[in-house]
Design a protein around this ligand. Structure first.
Ligand code: CTP
Ligand code: MG
Length: 592
């Protein structure tokens, strides 16, 4: 079974880890070459030292030849200096390479994830994407670092050490043949035991990440429902699982060092015992014995380092697989190869018999949606919660693609347009207003970095956000925390509206963007918007009837279908669904 595990591990290594390392270390070939040269120099120097030492003892000390001791001592000093200098240089270039590859990998993962559509992100889940871009990359980077530092040194040290040891004394050679395989078997056994644990460990880290993330984001809800004990327990569970795996790994590691040092010390004792007898019998010189011992220790060190590295391979290869999974994803929504340019920049939106289902869902959430919205018009969409209003809007900026039918912008299907082209024309104010950490100014410039301060203030004025921004001590420079949690829900909504206004789009999509505003602010905002958006196409999703009474056309959405359409007055006459909604909100007379 152990062999099977080993071979599985090796084939896995061959798949992703090698591919990633090969692909991402290519730009640093000159560095890697430097590592090779310096390590070669350092290893040869290290192998030369014990034999020089032996010469000093056998030819210098034993015969009392002080000149020889001085001369050989000077050579030793020089060789030692070369060894240290080369080792430092090797580590320097090795580290640079490993860190650079790590950086490039992280960048690649990040770049890939930003190209993901909403569907692709959901397929993985945010926590594991974060672990893959950070911890997993770090594991590969660590392996590369170790690999570069020991890659050349280990085999040369092994083979060279054996040759040099045998040159010192052939009769003691059996010690090498016993101790080296013994060490390899012991360390190898522990490594094989460790492999599956490392795989589990990466999964547990994912889990911790997921629980922690959910709790931090949902902290208000946790507090509001006094769920701290439950959440603490949930985190405790995940934490304990990670601890357990780490402990089992630790237990094996704890065995590793005593086992290794026992083999090292037993070997030393054996060399001294059997070597001492040979020295006694006059068959071997003391210097040779010392050199032999040093070579044996060097060999065992090399074997140990080699196995340590081998131990990192399984974990890194698990990580490489996980990174590869992310990098291999073809984003499900991408720009067309040869995008079309629409003839006009008018902002005509047309939905043509559109049907849409969420990936993996059985039934569509939108069926046979058809309507046209022209510049200067306001189209309102109303319907009960879950009717599909947000889904409908998300098809225009291509957050999702419809499964049948077409969404057209200025007469061109949106999947034949460059997405940058679409976002230049279409501004979406999402239902869940989201702001980025930074300043108010930085958030407002999100869609148009070159906007002037005047444009920002104009947009704020229309969005009814001017006064509260002016009240802030730093005005436009006031800080916004991640997600915009340090402003109120209504303020966040107004900032998101202002952000859309700054881009001066041809098409506005407001997804329930006035829900957090009080009735008076809502009315003022709509009056100001009317002026600003009078030449643009406006599609409004709203809950409050009062928000949409003046719309040119109202689409009544129910269960993903447009059940009625018309102006407010027409619908009051003809649409039972609309009447129901109106009645539930206000008395009919008041609205009419
Ligand atoms: N839905 C889904 N997967 C998503 C989002 C929504 O399966 N990622 C489903 C929901 O279960 C819902 C339907 O799609 O039944 C329509 O959702 P949505 O368009 O968001 O409904 P809205 O009309 O926008 O509802 P609300 O008024 O609550 O915003
Ligand atoms: Mg919605």
């Amino acid at each position: 079974m152990r062999m099977a595990q080993l071979s599985v591990a090796i084939t896995r290594v061959e798949s992703m880890l090698l591919t990633l390392i090969r692909r991402y270390s290519k730009p640093y070939m000159s560095y890697i070459l430097a590592v090779l040269v310096f390590q070669l120099a350092s290893t040869i120097a290290a192998l030369y030292l014990p034999s020089l030492n032996a010469q000093i003892i056998d030819q210098g000390v034993a015969r009392g030849d002080t000149d020889f001791i001085w001369q050989t001592g000077a050579v030793m000093l020089l060789v030692a200096f070369v060894q240290v200098a080369a080792a430092i240089a090797g580590v320097y270039f090795g580290s640079r390479t490993a860190m650079a590859v790590g950086r490039d990998l992280r960048r690649a993962v990040f770049g890939k994830v930003t190209s993901f559509s909403a569907k692709d992100v959901n397929a993985f889940g945010a926590p594991t994407l974060i672990t893959r871009g950070t911890n997993d990359v770090q594991q590969v980077q660590m392996l590369l670092l170790m690999g570069l530092n020991f890659m050349v040194a280990t085999p040369i040290m092994c083979v060279g050490g054996i040759i040099m040891a045998l040159r010192e004394d052939l009769n003691l050679s059996w010690l090498v043949w016993v101790s080296v395989p013994l060490l390899a078997v012991v360390v190898g056994y522990l490594v094989v035991r460790l492999m599956p644990l490392f795989r589990t460990m990466q999964r547990k880290i994912d889990r911790i990440n997921a629980v922690l993330r959910e709790q931090i984001i949902g902290i208000r809800v946790v507090r509001a429902f006094v769920r701290e004990p439950y959440e603490t327990e949930r985190f405790g569970g995940a934490n304990k699982e990670l601890t357990d795996v780490s402990l089992r790994i630790g237990a094996l590691f704890v065995l590793m060092f005593p086992a290794i040092s026992m083999i090292l010390h037993l070997s030393t004792a054996a060399v001294l015992w059997f070597g001492g007898q040979r020295v006694d019998a006059g068959a071997m010189q003391v210097g040779s014995l010392t050199a032999f011992l040093q070579y044996l220790l060097q060999i065992l060190m090399a074997v140990m380092m080699g196995t340590f590295m081998a131990m990192m391979i399984p974990r890194a290869s698990v990580c490489a697989d996980r990174i590869g999974e992310v990098l291999d994803v073809e984003p499900s929504i991408h720009d067309p190869l040869s995008p079309e340019a629409p003839a006009s920049l008018a902002g005509v939106v047309e939905y043509r018999d559109v049907t849409f289902a969420y990936p993996g869902a059985e039934s569509p959430v939108l069926s046979n949606i058809s309507f046209t919205a022209r510049p200067g018009q306001t189209i309102a969409i109303i319907g009960s919660t879950g009717a599909g209003k947000t889904s409908l809007l998300s098809l225009l900026p291509r957050l999702y693609d419809p499964v049948a039918g077409q969404v057209l912008l200025d007469g061109v299907p949106v999947d034949r347009l460059d997405r940058a082209e679409i976002t230049r024309r279409v501004a979406l104010v999402p239902q869940r207003p989201y702001l980025f950490s930074g300043t108010i100014e930085h958030n407002l410039r999100f869609g148009k970095t070159e906007a002037t301060d005047q444009e920002l203030w104009d947009a704020l004025r229309v969005a009814q956000g001017e006064s509260f921004v002016r009240e802030k001590k730093n005005g436009l420079d006031a800080r916004i925390s991640q997600g915009g949690t340090n402003v109120s829900g209504g303020q966040r909504q107004r900032l998101c509206i202002a952000r859309a206004l700054v881009t001066k789009p041809r098409v506005y999509l407001f997804d329930d963007s006035f829900s957090a505003l009080d009735v008076a602010t809502d009315a003022r905002l709509r009056a100001a918007l009317k002026e600003t958006t009078k030449d643009a196409t406006v599609i409004i999703v709203a809950q409050r009837i009062s928000t949409i009474t003046e719309a040119d056309q109202i689409l009544v959405l129910d269960n993903g279908r447009i059940v009625d359409r018309g102006s407010h007055e027409e619908l009051l006459e003809t649409s039972p669904t609309y009447q129901e909604i109106v009645e539930s909100q206000l008395s009919v007379e008041e609205v009419a």
